[in-house]
Ligand binder design. Structure first.
Ligand SMILES: NC(=O)c1ccc[n+]([C@@H]2O[C@H](COP(=O)([O-])OP(=O)(O)OC[C@H]3O[C@@H](n4cnc5c(N)ncnc54)[C@H](OP(=O)(O)O)[C@@H]3O)[C@@H](O)[C@H]2O)c1
Length: 288
């Protein structure tokens, strides 16, 4: 049993206890997630602060940088505390233009799992998400060959738990028919509510939903309703957005990204913001 003073308490991913308030490491790499960070020491400091503040769930990918974010995590935090769980994803490469071409053939997936083990300095990956779709979002299509490849790597002992990302509800169901998943990581926030039904269905099954771009990603969330509620509560809009996600469903885990320890602390404090039923009803209108 793990206790935490972080907002939202804890969740168990498969058999791994994690704080519901996690950290998304993507934006630690250079601009548009390519190359090294402008402030190497600052990036290491954010990662160390996250763990010191009690966060036990860090989200990453070999594609961030590429390689850069994983290398930063290893430099900042290895040897890892037993309580820390690093979640990675496979299924996309990077091209010279900074694009994210899919790489879901069996050989690419196997290579990517081994690269993640190498750069993170691990013998086993706690949780690997199969990233589907493309930069435009989830796309229909079979996940069978790719997911079965990861199941094979799991059976070899290289992966503890599996999840899917950027997935349609049909692809989630198809993966679940092949092997258990412990999370779905899709784009979702106050203004993008396409997965409302999926979140509720996963909650009933005890499966985590991990929204990426909880703060809007590369374009910060903007909404006059959000600004109004935030002003009334004398809080930052980002605080309201995170507090709303924690209230939205108990299976939602937060992985907001930041390259600033000041923002990290602000986000932790902000996610604890109490929201009344009236606040929630008003915020609920934004993405509906
Ligand atoms: N599965 C997928 O396909 C996928 C796709 C995208 C992302 N992800 C994961 O999801 C995580 C979260 O997404 P994200 O980091 O791209 O987007 P995000 O969490 O929605 O927003 C991050 C942005 O918000 C800014 N920010 C954070 N806190 C702030 C604050 N208190 N005040 C002002 N600005 C603040 C950050 O800038 P500063 O650095 O200046 O704080 C950064 O630019 C990623 O780290 C990654 O692990 C997964």
């Amino acid at each position: 049993m793990v206790s935490t003073s972080l907002p939202g308490g804890t969740w168990t991913l498969g058999d791994l206890p994690v704080t519901r308030f996690g950290y998304g490491a993507m934006q630690l790499a250079g601009p548009w997630v390519m190359g090294p960070p402008a402030d190497h020491g600052g990036a290491l400091a954010v990662l160390r602060a996250a763990v010191e503040l009690g966060i036990t769930h860090i989200d990453t990918s070999e594609a961030y940088g590429p390689h850069v974010t994983n290398q930063l995590i290893r430099e900042a935090l290895h040897p890892y505390p037993d309580s820390l769980h690093i979640v990675t994803k496979v299924g996309a490469n990077r091209d010279q233009q900074g694009g994210w071409p899919p790489a879901r053939d069996p050989e690419s997936l196997r290579r990517s799992v081994h690269e993640n083990l190498e750069t993170l300095g691990l013998d086993v990956l706690d949780l690997v998400n199969l990233r589907l779709g493309d930069a435009a979002g989830p796309q229909p299509g079979s996940v069978a060959e790719a997911f079965e490849t990861l199941v094979g790597l799991q059976q070899q002992g290289l992966i503890r738990h599996l999840g899917v990302s950027n997935a349609t509800p049909e692809q989630v169901a198809q993966a679940q028919a092949i092997a258990p998943i412990v999370c779905v990581q899709n784009m979702y926030n106050l203004a993008h509510r396409q997965d409302d039904e999926l979140i509720d269905a996963l909650a009933e099954q005890g499966i985590a939903y991990v929204p990426f771009f909880p703060l809007g990603g590369f374009s910060p969330l903007q909404s006059s309703v959000l600004s109004t509620v935030a002003a009334r509560l004398e809080a930052a809009p980002m605080s309201v957005a995170l507090a709303w996600l924690l209230r939205r469903s108990p299976n939602i885990l937060l992985i907001p990204g930041t390259s600033s320890t000041t923002h990290l602390r602000e986000n932790i404090a902000g996610a604890a913001l109490p929201l009344s039923d009236d606040d929630l009803a008003e915020l609920d209108k934004i993405g509906r």
